[in-house]
Write a protein that binds this ligand. Structure first.
Ligand SMILES: [Zn+2]
Length: 242
């Protein structure tokens, strides 16, 4: 994994990348003399890459649905080329579960998020701002990343007590927890999300602490905020204990 940071630092240095804003990933790939092709790939495959001697190729599906997904796919494939030097495919499933169990996919994803939104940059941002969806939206827009990938990324890096939960029909699809000191209780599976799903977008509001924390600590306050994804009929909820 250290290797990954080393490779990215070398790229930043060698190609003089400005990590204060979204990097031009297509330009970087061109400058690295990697051939970039947009093609019809089989259903569910977003990208692929190939290394053959000195020849390097990245293929992106013409069906990527937006700029953010295209950038993530390109960065992911670039990760495979630089770390694994082989032939790989990137499927749709990899996008929703962002970090899959397969080691190489995991490494390529980690490479992609670190290149597109370096942890150093996030640390600076969260030092100066409160973490909420307003901030996550701003960062996502500035770095041309999806809201979900940015939420996960910020949750990973922050020391605040945050958990993000992706849900639908009162069922959790996935969740990510920060390294904050307070240990959220582990009863997410039984948690009542229907309460949240009655409304659509819910701005940050104070809720009872015992909804999320088993101990009744008067010292803390609990805040909840939710974004509704109309097209998917899914919700992302950010819970923060301060
Ligand atoms: Zn891959």
């Amino acid at each position: 994994m250290n290797n990954l940071y080393k490779i990215i630092n070398e790229l930043i240095y060698e190609y003089n990348l400005n990590i204060e804003e979204a990097i031009d990933i297509e330009d970087l790939i061109r400058k690295m003399n990697i051939r970039l092709v947009i093609a019809d790939l089989p259903e569910g495959i977003l990208g692929a890459c190939k290394v053959e001697g000195l020849k390097r190729l990245i293929v992106v599906s013409s069906k990527v649905y937006n700029e953010e997904q295209k950038r993530f796919t390109l960065a992911h494939e670039l990760g495979h080329i630089l770390i694994h030097r082989g032939t790989h495919y990137f499927s749709k499933e990899d996008v929703t579960t962002i970090y899959t169990n397969k080691q190489k996919e995991d490494e390529a994803d980690r490479f992609a998020v670190e290149l597109l939104l370096p942890s150093k940059t996030i640390r600076t941002i969260i030092r100066e701002n409160d973490v909420d969806f307003e901030l996550i939206k701003q960062v996502a827009q500035r770095y041309k990343m999806s809201l979900i990938a940015t939420s996960i990324r910020i949750t990973e890096v922050t020391n605040e007590n945050i958990i993000i939960i992706y849900h639908r029909n009162n069922i959790i699809k996935w969740w990510h927890k920060s390294n904050g000191e307070i240990f959220f209780n582990e009863r997410y599976e039984g948690i009542d999300l229907a309460r949240i799903e009655q409304e659509k977008d819910i701005p940050s509001k104070k809720v009872e602490l015992n909804l999320w924390l088993s101990e009744d600590e008067d010292l803390y306050s609990c805040y909840e905020e939710t974004i509704y994804f109309n097209k998917l009929n899914e919700y992302i909820t950010l819970v923060q204990i301060i």
